[in-house]
Design a protein around this ligand. Structure first.
Ligand code: SF4
Length: 285
């Protein structure tokens, strides 16, 4: 049996930077709070917990004073920075530069007096940390579109500006754009609709790479945390290219998968999957 790890899998630079920042701090300190999971992968969260990284919720954050808290790659809304100032919390900000740029764009648009009557739309997952951070840039006066059906929420007599959460599917984003554009055109307001392509290419390009990798192997083990939206999206794409795809998060799950007779196993993962975890799968196989 030949086992190959996809060399394009593994953390994106935003996550690598956040983890590196935490590890650097923990070299000289015994603990560091992190607002939410630093990455949507339990195994990596457990490894960092052993180094002293303590994941806290928003509620716990509000109760903290005079300490240091890490902001992960997904970013945070302005309210988090305000609470930190009020409670004398030092923030170590590891917001991914791609997310930071998108936050700034939304903020600038929202503050532009010429755009007062506009609707800001975000294609994203409701409640996802990045989306919460983006909504905060516009005082939460945002319409979040999580599915195509939700385009009914848009007022087609008012102009709108559409952005996307960075980890959304490029294909679905352009489907959504076509649907919204058609609705505006149907009421004679085609020029009122604008959008920005704000999908991170680290994720978008992964789709093509994953398809190519999946087709080269008998069976695919897609390693990802169950909470990772990028993981669910990519594993779905993987399964379409190779129906013999298994979504796994822990090596013990291997005992439930029948790999007898398979000659070529490919191991790949999401942008939140650590390389060491994929190597652990390879070793166990
Ligand atoms: S997927 Fe892209 S935007 Fe998101 S953290 Fe990684 S590099 Fe940044």
């Amino acid at each position: 049996m030949q086992v190959t790890i996809d060399e394009n899998s593994g953390f994106c630079f935003g996550v690598i930077h956040a983890i590196q920042t935490a590890e650097d701090y923990l070299r000289d300190h015994h603990e560091l709070y992190c607002l939410g999971d630093i990455v949507h992968n339990n195994e990596e969260v457990k490894r960092l917990a052993r180094l002293g990284l303590r994941v806290i919720t928003q509620e716990q954050f509000r109760e903290l004073h005079d300490t240091t808290v890490l902001i992960r790659a997904h970013g945070e809304p302005p309210l988090t920075y305000q609470i930190a100032r009020d409670n004398h919390i030092t923030l170590i900000d590891a917001t991914c530069p791609v997310v930071l740029k998108l936050q700034q764009r939304i903020h600038d648009f929202y503050c532009n007096p010429d755009k007062k009557n506009w609707q800001i739309l975000i294609f994203g997952k409701k409640g996802h940390a990045e989306v919460v951070g983006l909504m905060g840039q516009a005082d939460n006066k945002v319409i979040v579109l999580s599915s195509m059906e939700e385009i009914n929420k848009v007022d087609y007599n008012r102009p709108s500006m559409l952005y996307s959460q960075t980890t959304q599917s490029l294909e679905q984003y352009y489907q959504l754009i076509d649907l919204i554009r058609a609705r505006y055109e149907a009421v004679g307001h085609g020029d009122m609709f604008h959008y920005a392509d704000t999908i991170c290419r680290k994720v978008a390009n992964r789709a093509e790479q994953v398809v190519e990798f999946a087709k080269r192997h008998d069976t695919i083990l897609f390693v990802s945390g169950e909470k990772s939206s990028n993981g669910l999206y990519l594993s779905d794409i993987c399964r379409k290219a190779n129906p013999n795809t298994f979504l796994v998060s822990h090596v013990d799950q291997l005992q439930d998968i029948d790999l007898s007779g398979k000659e070529s196993i490919g191991i790949c993962g999401a942008t939140s999957t650590p390389m060491w975890l994929m190597e652990e799968f390879k070793k166990r196989l």
